[in-house]
Write a protein that binds this ligand. Structure first.
Ligand SMILES: O=C(O)CCC(=O)C(=O)O
Ligand SMILES: [Fe+2]
Length: 303
């Protein structure tokens, strides 16, 4: 059975000395740390984001000012190209399925280097202000990652000239926004060899759930497939037929069932997805990418 390591650091360390190595090799699908933040802390942060008009209330029509910020499903850019590249060739993205980012996504903004670092500086200032007088979920995430690494230093990703990446991003997924089966890699997918983060051997995601989208007794949850990306999987990802490939090759998967306040880490080279659920509330997460090499002392975190 291919199952996540959980539910807390103590239990995980009693099974594995170095849990991040288990993610790097793909031996385990995820590290899940339950209830690291309370549901009340999650609700209160989401309310503050709505009050400050950084997110919109899903009960209201989409306010005009958010329209230009909407990121359609499947959107990412490659290398220095300024044209959007869609991860999936098949469908025209739908409008109501909206993603709003609070933060600076390298995947979305990285084709303009100067613009990306200027935007990241603004994000980091915004996060300083947002968490000035409240518990800081970004520090919480970095802190747990540091402990999981045992002896490495966890730092916000930066370039040799000192430019800092955004230290985390808050993403809200409205209207059943879906991440179809995909992988993430600055090295292998986005081909950003002009960024320092591309030197790491492994890329992980660290995601804290702030709000679930639920419909009846269902909630939107991520699925990890036991398949580390290789070029031969690409046609299946691009034509959105990965599930057929998985069936043919008997690829296992796990649904990682999370509540607000749960934090999980996984290897983003694993084919993964978050099927959307058009519930009452958007699924909201605090997300990071993580650069990890077994023989490097530093772990880089960005968004
Ligand atoms: O929202 C999530 O849980 C994961 C989204 C995702 O695909 C990623 O962060 O790489
Ligand atoms: Fe992803």
């Amino acid at each position: 059975m291919w199952t996540p390591l959980e539910p807390d650091l103590q239990t995980i360390f009693s099974q594995h000395e170095r849990p991040l190595d288990q993610l790097a090799s793909g031996e385990r699908p995820a590290v899940v740390l339950r209830n690291v933040w309370s549901p009340e802390q999650c609700t209160s942060l989401v309310q503050q984001l709505i009050d400050e008009e950084l997110l919109y209330d899903p009960q209201e029509p989409i306010p005009e000012k958010f329209r230009p910020q909407i990121i359609p499903e499947g959107y990412y850019r490659e290398g220095r190209r300024h044209m959007p590249a869609y991860a999936w060739d098949t469908e025209i993205p739908q409008k109501e399925k909206a993603r709003i980012d609070i933060g600076s996504s390298l995947g979305y903004r990285g084709s303009n280097r100067e613009g990306f670092f200027a935007h990241s500086a603004e994000t980091n200032a915004l996060f300083d202000r947002l968490f000035e007088n409240r518990d800081n979920p970004v520090e919480l995430l970095y802190d747990h990652l540091q402990k999981l690494s045992r002896d490495k230093r966890v730092v916000t990703a930066h370039e040799p000239d000192g430019c800092e990446y955004g230290r985390a991003i808050i993403r809200a997924h409205y209207g059943g926004y879906t991440y179809k089966p995909h992988f993430d890699s600055v090295r292998l997918r986005e081909k950003r060899d002009d960024y320092a983060v591309s030197r790491f051997e492994h890329q992980f995601a660290g995601v804290l759930v702030l709000q679930n989208s639920s419909l009846g007794d269902q909630t939107a949850q991520g699925i990890l497939h036991r398949c580390l990306w290789e070029p031969d999987v690409d046609p299946w990802l691009k034509s959105a037929t990965f599930h057929e490939y998985a069936e043919q090759h008997k690829i296992e998967n796990v649904e990682v069932h999370l509540q607000p306040g749960d934090l999980y880490f996984f290897n983003t080279r694993l084919i993964h997805e978050v099927p959307g659920l058009s519930g009452e509330l958007p699924r909201i997460v605090l997300a990071t990418f993580i650069g990890f090499s077994p023989d490097e002392d530093e772990i880089f975190v960005w968004s």
